[in-house]
Design a protein around this ligand. Structure first.
Ligand code: CMP
Length: 141
């Protein structure tokens, strides 16, 4: 497995002021930031980022929601980053997420679920390339 994953602090968590608390949990769990930016997506950009979900019934709502406010996009490094980070954030639906996970603690619904984590090394690469150029990524820590 690769050692990089891509994450987003979503509009609900940013708006609620949970960004610092979430980043603190991530750092305490041994992840190192190697790139990051506060940004805001247009509905078109959200549509493009989530094009894999185009046929799903929640696609339009998801694009509206993800373009509704600022988001923090960032890249993290840790051994076995993708799986380790998905364990830390918990299931997509916060009601199904384990006690102590980030989504269980901070998410409000299956859509507004506070945080994103890549589901594979391949998607970590694709998602990272959507937001970051190579020169924005710190290679040596
Ligand atoms: P994430 O896994 O980060 O990326 C896809 C997003 O689609 C997911 O988080 C949720 O925000 C959203 N999503 C997934 N399943 C549903 C659903 N059943 N209803 C509404 N939104 C969903």
């Amino acid at each position: 497995m690769g050692d990089i994953t891509f994450s987003i602090i979503k509009p609900d968590a940013y708006e609620a002021g949970h960004t610092g608390a979430i980043l603190s949990i991530i750092e305490k769990n041994g992840f190192k930031w190697i790139a990051g930016r506060l940004t805001r997506l247009t509905a078109e950009e959200a549509g493009s980022f989530y094009s894999i979900h185009e046929q799903r019934p929640f696609y339009q709502d998801l694009c509206d929601y993800m373009s509704s406010g600022p988001i923090l996009v960032f890249l993290l490094r840790k051994e076995n980053a993708v799986n380790s980070f998905r364990n830390l954030i918990g299931a997509t639906d916060p009601k199904q997420a384990d006690e102590g996970t980030i989504r269980r603690r901070f998410a409000s619904s299956v859509e507004a679920n506070a945080i994103h984590g890549s589901d594979s090394d391949e998607n970590a690469r694709i998602e990272s390339a959507f937001f970051f150029s190579q020169r924005e990524i710190v290679e040596k820590i």
